[in-house]
Every structure is written in C-alpha cells, then in structure tokens.
Ligand binder design. Sequence first.
Ligand SMILES: *Cc1c(COP(=O)(O)O)cnc(C)c1O
Length: 368
Amino acid sequence: MAETSAQTKRVISDKYRASHEDDQSTLAAALDRGLSGTSDTVSDYEAALRGYFSHRNAIAISSGGAAITVALVAAGVKAGDEVVLTPTCPLCTVYPVMDMGAKPVFVDTRPDGFGVDLADLERVVTKKTRAIIEIPMWGMPTQVDELQKAARKAGIPLILDLAHSHGSTLHGRSLSAYGDLSCYSTHERKPLATGEGGFILTDNDDLAKRCRDYSRFGNLNGRDFGLNFKLGALAAALGTNRIKYLDRQLEARRKNAERFLSQLKHPSVREFTRIEGGKHNYYFLTLRTSFANNRRFIDYLDDHGVPSDIKRYGCRCLYDFPAVEQYRRPCPNGERLLNSMTTIPVHPALSGDDMDYMVGLINAYREG
Ligand SMILES: *Cc1c(COP(=O)(O)O)cnc(C)c1O
C-alpha cells in the first residue's frame, strides 16, 4: 500500500474549505432565531461587516454577482448607459452590466497590473458613462486611490468588485474605502466563505439606502421598484462567525507566499510588481512570467499537480468570449497580462513542504 501511494502523483489542491470548531454551534443557534433576510441575524452580520471593514454601511446581498447588479442600480445605471470596466475579470462582473441593457465598454489595464489605465480611461469615457468598475484580481491591490481621483473629477461613480479582496489594503485602509460602492462575494471559494452570498460596503448613506431598497423589493411600498436579493440568515450567521478568523487565515496565506517567494530563483518568473502602500491578502499568489510559451509552463505545472486559475477558468480578455464578443475593444496590456502569468495557491491548508515543492518545480523548469 505504501509503495502505491508513494507512486501516486502529488496534487496540490487550490480549494480551501474553512472550517471552525464553532461553525456548527453558530448555525444551531441561528436556527432558533428568524431565518429571513430581514432577521436580526442578518443585521448582526451587517454590523460585523461594518466593524471589520470600517464602513458606515454594509448591505448583505444574496451573491457577489447580485451585489454588482444592485450597485449598478444604486449608481443610477439604466438601459442604454455605458459602464466602463477592465476586460481581465471573470464573466461574473460583466454579465450583470449586460443584463441591465447597459453597454460594457472595455478600458485597458495598466501594463504591470489589473488597475484601470488612466490614459485609456480618458479615451473611453463619454457622456453616457454612468459607472466605472475596477476589479483587483486575486486580491492584489490596484491603484484605487488614483482611480478614485479620476472618477471623482469626471463625476462618475466608482464601483469596486472586491470579490477576491477581503482584507487587501492600500495605505492602511481596506480597498473598499476608495470606492463609492464596493461589492464582495462570499461564495465558497472566496476568502470569507458562506456558501453563496455577498455584500456591499459604502460610506454614502444615500447610496446605501438605494442598495437596501432595491435589494428588498423596494420595501414593497409600491412606489420604489426593487427585486429580492436578500441574504438568508444561515449564511449571515456563518459569515459573522468566520469574520473572526479572517485575519488569521490571511496571515497563514502571507506566510506561505513569503516562504515561496524567498526561494523563487527562476530568471523568467517573478511576483507581480507590488504597488507602494499596498497589502495583498494573497487570495492567490500571482506570478508574472516572460516565457515565449506561457501556456506550456502552465501545462507543465498542471502535469505536476499544481493548478492554475488561468487554465481552470480559461482566463482571457472578456471580449474573446462569444457571449461578450460584440463589445470587443482590444486591450493589449490586459491581453499581455493574462498571457504572461499564473496563479499559485497559498491557502492555509497547504504546508511549508507544499510551498517548497511548488517553487522547486518552477525553479527546475526549462523552456523548449
Ligand atoms: C466570484 C466572483 C464574482 C461573483 O460572485 P458570486 O458570489 O459567485 O456571485 C464576481 N466577481 C468576481 C471578480 C468574482 O471572482
């Protein structure tokens, strides 16, 4: 038996399932209270979110995708309006825009990261632009402070899709502090996980009220239109419990990333350029490569049991997917980014030995 398992291919899992000793008792206690999206359990969760992220308002929402829909409505986006976003994000961010009948307008990323390129932003903004969405991928901070200034100057609401970025900061503040509306997902694979779920953070009370009203059927007053995007109480209870452990989780991620990076020696592989004042939550460690054939490098890692989000999700600029093709606007920086990178899992269930294995594989890789 031992010999068989020694021959089994080593596989590194990119799935992390948080589990805490008090999750079960938390859920059991929640069952004794109201279970709907307007229950005290959900209000308690919103209070915990306000506390952790230091915001005036938190609105619990049924998913990260729904949070984007609600934020777009709150920002005043209507059918026929234009919404500017980078094309290097998942389909989850652009589908809500398309669903509203608004037009996604792609803006290029910076050459060395996933933030909006400000010169290109000036080219794409028109009188019809009603919102800008920035998506810091894999939790890596982007220059949200500079984008916030540009958006304010143009008088356009800034929505941040922070589905990957719980706990990522810039100049000591949550990335969400720089958006008018910041959307998070708590899907099972995200750093704060409640199964399905999401939330919106904002310091603007008026925008918060619009989010709350729209996601709760316009409070059924028959005057304000809305739909049901409420989060149920059981997911909220789990979220309240798990926020307590989030910093500990992120610290374990950081340790794994640092151990890996301290040994990385391959001349064609490096960490993405860190922006000044930024602190990464290491949802994934992202590596920049300079291989003639990056796909071959990713396949090599995959063959040795190291998965890449680039391969798992077939990451490419959104306008290269058939469903989004009609909005094609070539973004050469974004294309280059996705074609010269990979992701490395560093979640807390991985050991130091797992880190050493992955970095050893990379250091041993030879092109051609
Ligand atoms: C996961 C994700 C979403 C969607 O979140 P759900 O909770 O699955 O609806 C949106 N944007 C990004 C960047 C994501 O990673």
